[in-house]
Design a binder for this molecule. Structure first.
Ligand SMILES: Nc1ncnc2c1ncn2[C@@H]1O[C@H](COP(=O)(O)OP(=O)(O)O)[C@@H](O)[C@H]1O
Ligand SMILES: O=P(O)(O)OC[C@H](O)CO
Length: 496
């Protein structure tokens, strides 16, 4: 009897396997971190084989540790860190280079060339994206240009490209399926989001042979089966989406104008715009939310590169805290940040600034500034960055935000949530299940195999955990936010 759907959440810092039951409740979780590789300042890479092994090991442990037979799994759904690009040899299955991570800035020069050649307008209109090292396309070009013999092999048709969904499906099906879906394709800089096909001109600009690219399918679709040799029985792989789009789905944002913000390593705010493709005039991205039954829906997105990662930095590099949770305690020891602002532009700045050369800074330090103020300012920075996006989103969509649905690991922090509500001036709604990314992937997979009948099941399973309401007057809000804008200016263009 099929009792569960297994969601694989292949995130920036860890792999998770999560089992959901029919009510959309979490039954079991297994999670494991993998290595972050920083070959040079501003570069971030992952070992794709380590990611595959880590993902497989958490799939095994979530079943074995909980005595759940694989026969009880109705389907596997995949959600993943987006844009991170891996290129591998299709005969050996070996990557020709590390996966280049979405945060990595090593393709900034390629981006400058593309801009100098006047392609920015075309790229925005065709892909919905901005010319920035963030997206997969320039990463693939970098690998082909820099790895010995890679371009030759690619032109002979021997190399394959994939984002992490594609890489996992290829491995889970033992090399039978080279496939992706709409939401991940829309982050590659190579996909035409209007005509729904790989874009010839983009492939020319990026010098990427089309033979490397996966087939693009619906987000709720049986792509293939987990090979029976892994768990003793074959399991359909029947849903996939980039993690931010999966979270939008898991938050049941099915009507135009609904917004969610996910606070993980980065911080990503998405507004669902239905079948309408809204072009941003304010530094947001246009992206595909998902494709179901051949029908594609769109979203507007504000992408912040460093969200919860600033808290990891306080823990791992500055050693100000022992664990992420402690940040709430220290922030609450002081009544404000004492004029201190942390701008965590460690990987440049994403929306709405799009500055590949910005770098992190702390401003406003005085003799009275202490550890608590810095911890508090780091948390506040996550909320300020999110506020930067709201104005842009309201202007682009013509819809005024009246509340915000949140999810992701960092929303466990009550101080952060309260400050977010204060600085936005609207209520913040935290759901019972904050793993909405995995939940979205589970639903996409379960819908394709009839485990759930319709999207209504997602709406029914959504439950409020806590509402945070604004408790700051307008003058204080304006003053605090103006300080943030000044601080951001100090970080801009630094590396240039
Ligand atoms: N209580 C907390 N307060 C602040 N940040 C937190 C807290 N718990 C987790 N985080 C941050 O949230 C991030 C983990 O969230 P998660 O959704 O698991 O991220 P991802 O999917 O990107 O790996 C980490 O960057 C961590 O520092
Ligand atoms: O690993 P996360 O959850 O911060 O998500 C990364 C994003 O998908 C990058 O675009």
């Amino acid at each position: 009897m099929k009792k569960y759907v297994m969601a694989l959440d292949q995130g920036t810092t860890s792999c998770r396997a999560i089992l959901f039951n029919k009510d959309g409740k979490i039954i079991a979780v297994s999670q494991k971190e993998f290595t972050q590789i920083y070959p040079q300042a501003g570069w971030v890479e992952h070992n794709a084989i380590e990611i595959w092994n880590t993902q497989l090991s958490v799939m095994n442990s979530v079943l074995n540790d909980n005595n759940i037979p694989a026969e009880e799994i109705a389907a596997v759904g995949i959600t993943n860190q987006r844009e991170t690009a891996v290129v591998w040899d299709k005969t050996t299955g070996q990557p020709v280079y590390n996966a280049i991570v979405w945060q990595s800035r090593q393709t900034a020069e390629i981006c400058e060339e593309i801009k100098a050649n006047g392609h920015e307008e075309y790229i925005r209109a065709t892909t919905g994206l901005i010319v920035d090292a963030y997206f997969s396309g320039t990463k693939v070009k970098w690998i082909l240009d820099n790895v010995p013999n890679a371009r030759e092999k690619a032109e002979e048709g021997n190399l394959l490209f994939g984002t992490m969904d594609t890489w996992l499906i290829w491995n889970l099906t033992k090399g039978k399926e080279h496939v992706t879906e709409y939401s991940n394709a829309s982050r590659t800089l190579m996909y035409n989001i209007k005509e729904l096909k790989w874009d010839e001109k983009m492939l020319e600009i990026l010098t990427v042979p089309e033979t490397m690219l996966p087939k693009v399918k619906d987000s709720s679709f049986v792509y293939g089966e987990v090979d029976a040799s892994f768990f003793g029985t074959a399991i359909p792989i029947s849903g996939a989406a980039g993690d931010q789009q999966a979270a939008l789905f898991g938050q049941a944002c099915f009507q135009s104008g609904m917004v969610k913000n996910t606070y993980g390593t980065g911080c990503f705010m998405l507004m669902q715009t239905g079948e309408k493709l809204v072009s941003s005039k304010n530094g947001l991205l246009t992206t595909i939310a998902w494709g179901i039954d051949g029908k594609v829906e769109y979203a507007l997105e504000g992408s912040i590169f460093i969200g919860g990662a600033v808290i990891q930095w306080l823990r791992d590099e500055l050693k100000l805290i022992d664990n992420a949770k402690d940040s709430e305690y220290f922030a609450m020891q002081v009544k404000d940040s004492n004029g201190v602002y942390v701008v965590p532009a460690f990987a440049g700045l994403g929306a709405p600034y799009w500055d590949m050369y910005a770098r992190g800074t702390i401003v406003g330090l005085t003799r009275g500034a202490n550890k608590n103020h810095i911890v508090r300012a780091a948390l506040e920075a996550i909320a300020y960055q999110s506020k930067d996006l709201i104005g842009a989103m309201e202007a682009d969509s013509g819809i005024e935000l009246t509340s915000l649905k949140v999810d992701g690991g960092a929303v466990a922090n009550n101080f952060l949530m309260q400050f977010q509500s204060d600085i936005l001036g609207v209520p913040v709604h935290r759901p019972e299940v904050i793993e909405t990314t995995a939940l979205g992937a589970a639903y996409l997979a379960g819908l394709a195999v009839g485990f759930w009948d319709s999207k209504e099941a997602v709406v029914e399973s959504w439950a409020l955990n806590k509402e945070f309401t604004p408790n700051m007057n307008d003058a204080d809000r304006t003053m605090a936010y103006n300080g943030w804008k000044e601080a951001v200016k100090r970080s801009e263009s630094w590396e240039r």
